[in-house]
Ligand binder design. Structure first.
Ligand code: GRF
Length: 204
């Protein structure tokens, strides 16, 4: 490791965690510029948590069902995240909208398997396929109070093939998405960022 400050990441997951794995692998490389200090989830028994445990990264779980209402969960999740003093929170397949207690306390980066602003929401791949687009892709953006509406940081395209179904297309997008997420978080860590309105600029 260099003596350059290393960006502290808390990564949130809900599923298989292949994007998390890509970040875990990258952050082990000297000079990447970011380290994952904890991995959080909204559910137990997922491969994403197992990946963190295998990598020796601390984990926490905050389940919505354990709270009387959404507002209580929002506050509890923000506290769990804050305990790790992150510089940046990364949603890597985290399937819940974050509330104000988290998004107002930390910069939060999210990744989405479509070219926003087209096809936001939980079924971006299915919706793009159903619409008949020939090119889709993935987007890395800041989270805000809306559903996939925050300022866009980076995007990459992926072609749609005639034989695609949702699974095939999503797997092809995810291969591109993992690279884009790793590159984008690394650049943010090493070069910094600024946001002016909806425009995001990496570097000085
Ligand atoms: C990614 O495509 C992400 O954009 C979407 O769900 C997928 C998560 O995959 N929300 P994984 O859990 O990182 O494998």
């Amino acid at each position: 490791m260099s003596d350059q400050a290393v960006l502290r990441l808390v990564v949130l997951v809900s599923g298989s965690g292949t994007n998390l794995q890509a970040l875990l692998d990258a952050s082990r490389e000297a000079g990447y510029g970011a380290e994952i200090v904890a991995v959080g989830a909204d559910r137990t028994g997922i491969e994403g948590l197992a990946r963190a445990e295998r990598a020796g990264v601390p984990t926490f779980v905050e389940r919505l069902a354990d709270h009387p209402d959404r507002a209580g969960w929002d506050i509890a999740l923000a506290r769990r995240i804050a305990a790790w003093k992150p510089d940046l929170v990364v949603c890597a397949g985290f399937m819940k909208i974050l509330g104000a207690p988290t998004i107002e306390a930390f910069p939060v980066v999210n990744t989405h398997p479509a070219l926003l602003p087209a096809f936001p929401g939980a079924h971006g791949v299915r919706d793009a396929l159903a619409y008949g687009v020939r090119v889709t892709g993935c987007t890395v953006m800041f989270a805000d109070a809306g559903v996939d509406t925050g300022p866009i940081i980076a995007q990459e395209t992926v072609p749609v093939y005639d034989g695609d179904d949702e699974h095939l297309l999503h797997e092809r997008i995810k291969a591109v998405e993992r690279v884009l997420l790793v590159e984008t978080i690394g650049r943010m860590a090493r070069e910094g960022w600024s946001v002016s309105g909806r425009r995001v600029r990496l570097g000085g």
